[in-house]
Design a protein. Structure first.
Length: 211
């Protein structure tokens, strides 16, 4: 089985250069990955590099903390889509979720999905900072708000994807919503374990090595 279309080929490091983004895009075209995932400043460059290739441009909103104003996240998403982003990975406000402000979290996701429209919206819940109860609540809110995927991690906090979390997320959202495992997926064995746990997308900077 080919796993290339499960992979979002990712480079989100703060010191990533334009040359590295071009290389990322060339690798994504070579391996026919689902997307490249880059920070908003590199969306125009990635869109130009990937034009006509069938590889999508994915970007991150409110990254990595998720603590921006909702209005800022909405405007950032709008700008990125105008510049060529085809998938949006947004970070929730984890503090608001943990404080029980579910309406805030759900409305923010809903507004981002409104902006994304037919484009894929993935909701990063940052599982390493949440209890299992909070993970379930975050997944339910994401589904109710119309998101297309829930995603484990930014890769910039205290931990990444685990088999336990992916299984829990899949059980919560059911069979038809996407689950993206991101953070710490470095080997072919890691990828297989995540897929078997229920992941339908993998975010990794090691896609070429995995394949």
């Amino acid at each position: 089985m080919s796993y290339n279309k499960l992979i979002d080929h990712t480079l989100l490091k703060q010191d990533a250069s334009p040359e590295q983004i071009v290389k990322l895009c060339e690798e994504a075209k070579q391996f026919d990955f689902m997307s490249v995932c880059v920070n908003p400043a590199y969306v125009p460059l990635a869109a130009e590099c990937l034009k006509g290739s069938g590889v999508k441009v994915c970007t991150v909103i409110g990254f990595p903390l998720g603590m921006n104003l909702t209005k800022t996240k909405v405007e950032e998403a709008e700008l990125c889509i105008k510049e060529g982003a085809e998938e949006i990975d947004m970070v929730i406000n984890v503090g608001m979720l943990k404080a029980g402000h579910d309406d805030y979290v759900k409305e923010e996701i809903r507004l981002l999905k409104e902006v994304a429209g037919s484009k894929v919206l993935k909701v990063i819940i940052e599982t390493c900072l949440l209890s299992d109860e909070e993970k379930v609540r975050a997944c339910k809110l994401s589904k109710e708000a119309g998101a297309d995927f829930v995603k484990t991690s930014t890769g910039f906090s205290t931990g990444g994807a685990t088999v336990h979390d992916v299984k829990l997320m899949r059980e919560t959202v059911g069979p038809n919503m996407g689950v993206k495992a991101s953070g710490g997926v470095r080997t072919h064995e890691d990828l297989i374990a995540m897929v078997e746990a229920g992941a339908s997308r993998i975010g990794t900077s090691n896609g070429t090595k995995i394949l």
